[in-house]
Design a protein around this ligand. Structure first.
Ligand code: GLY
Length: 397
């Protein structure tokens, strides 16, 4: 799909970022994006030699770690795969492999839904870039663990709580939309349609239960785990069951667009557009999402740059999927704002790339810090603009 120069420039006219055709942002933006990606690679080179675990968030500008990988363990190897893709520097590949291998025990973890976050940017990308089938087989094993969490009464993948326990047994969350592409990958690789069936079914449930008429979403939807009957919307990381957590909304934009690309089901494209239109409408002129679009202080509340980076990736994909240049222009504005106002460039001692991320404002954990997913999706978004073909090879666009 291509846009005419007139369409795109017309769409850009209202904003401050001059853009060219997709894949060729204006010279000024391109320079900023290239410099930002170089900055990211430089930071990884500086920090990686001392990292032997998985960064979770920063405290006083230094990474703190989660040894098991938590839900975030895929992003550190993922960043190194993206750095390798951009530079061809074998040292990044070495760091990516070392870090990805440390996730190995998690392939059989059935206690959480996060296996896509863990194994897609790390093992699936490793397979795509190296052709080594042990990465593919490990990712398929992780997908087999994930589908065990499917509740066929409510037609959703259970987010949290160990299987066989009542703890959160009926809880579905928006973030799970990002774990579905691991399942589409497993179906494609094995020819076993069960993975894809679960992914489609979960996405249809999310579409039916989460999306409000105005396009906003709650973080959580609860079901009776035994009957599958609705209990209703709720939240974990948003302000309230009726609010709209911006990172969840961004996961939805990205996840529904991916599911449309994999299945060509129109309802997923419509869902992605609805979520995107709501979020774009809620953005303030600084183009960095507030942590929850409906917190009482919004829009003058703390920011979440990670939501911006994820949303930029989703919008670039959505512009191609929908044929609408305006989503690409909006993504460039967000990316431009992230690069101008959220990078850690003025602090020598900072270990991360993107500042101003918010992990969980509701329980006051990690407010305007750096987050590995902020860094990862910033790099992905920059590559989506600067090297779309190469990135497509890595993440299966
Ligand atoms: N998936 C958890 C989060 O976005 O914080």
């Amino acid at each position: 799909m291509t846009f005419s120069r007139r369409t795109l420039l017309g769409a850009a006219a209202a904003g401050s970022v001059a853009v060219g055709l997709p894949g060729e942002a204006s010279a000024a933006s391109s320079r900023l994006f290239r410099e930002s990606l170089d900055y990211a690679l430089g930071k990884l080179r500086q920090v990686a030699p001392n990292v032997t675990s998985f960064p979770e968030e920063t405290k006083f500008e230094k990474w703190i770690y989660v040894n098991s990988g938590g839900w975030v363990g895929g992003f550190w190897p993922g960043m190194h795969w993206l750095a390798f893709l951009d530079s061809g520097d074998e040292q990044f590949k070495k760091w990516a492999v070392e870090s990805a291998l440390r996730l190995s025990p998690r392939r059989t973890d059935t206690s959480i839904h996060d296996l896509g976050f863990l194994f897609y940017p790390s093992w699936v990308t490793a397979y795509r870039l190296t052709g080594d089938v042990s990465w593919r087989d490990g990712a398929v094993q992780a997908a087999s663990s994930l589908i065990q969490r499917y509740n066929d009464k409510g037609r959703f993948i259970r987010a949290w709580g160990a299987l066989g326990t009542p703890n959160n047994a009926g809880r579905a969350i928006m973030d799970t939309m990002m774990n579905l592409d691991l399942l589409t990958f497993a179906s494609e690789q094995t020819g076993d349609s069960r993975f894809l069936d679960v992914a489609v079914s979960h996405a249809l449930t999310t579409r039916a239960k989460f999306i409000r008429p105005d396009g906003s979403t709650p973080h959580v939807f609860d079901f009776n785990p035994d009957t599958g009957e609705d209990i209703g919307p709720n939240t974990n990381q948003g302000y309230s069951p009726t609010s709209c957590w911006s990172r969840g909304q961004a996961w939805g934009i990205y996840g529904f667009t991916t599911m449309y690309r994999r299945t060509r089901r129109r309802e997923f494209l419509d869902a992605a557009r609805k979520l995107a239109d709501f979020a774009l409408d809620a953005l303030t002129p600084d183009h960095i999402p507030v942590w929850d679009y409906r917190s009482p202080l919004a829009p003058n509340d703390v920011k979440d740059s990670s939501a911006g980076a994820i949303m930029a990736c989703g919008l670039i994909d959505l512009s191609r999927a929908s044929g609408r240049a305006s989503y690409y222009v909006a993504a460039l504005r967000i990316l431009d704002a992230l690069c101008r106002t959220c990078l850690t460039t003025r602090s020598e001692r900072h270990e991360a790339i993107l500042a101003r991320g918010t992990r969980n404002r509701r329980i006051e954990v990690g407010i305007e810090v750096s987050l590995p997913y902020g860094d990862y999706y910033l790099m992905e978004a920059l590559l989506r603009v600067l090297k779309p073909r190469e990135l497509g090879r890595a993440i299966g666009l």
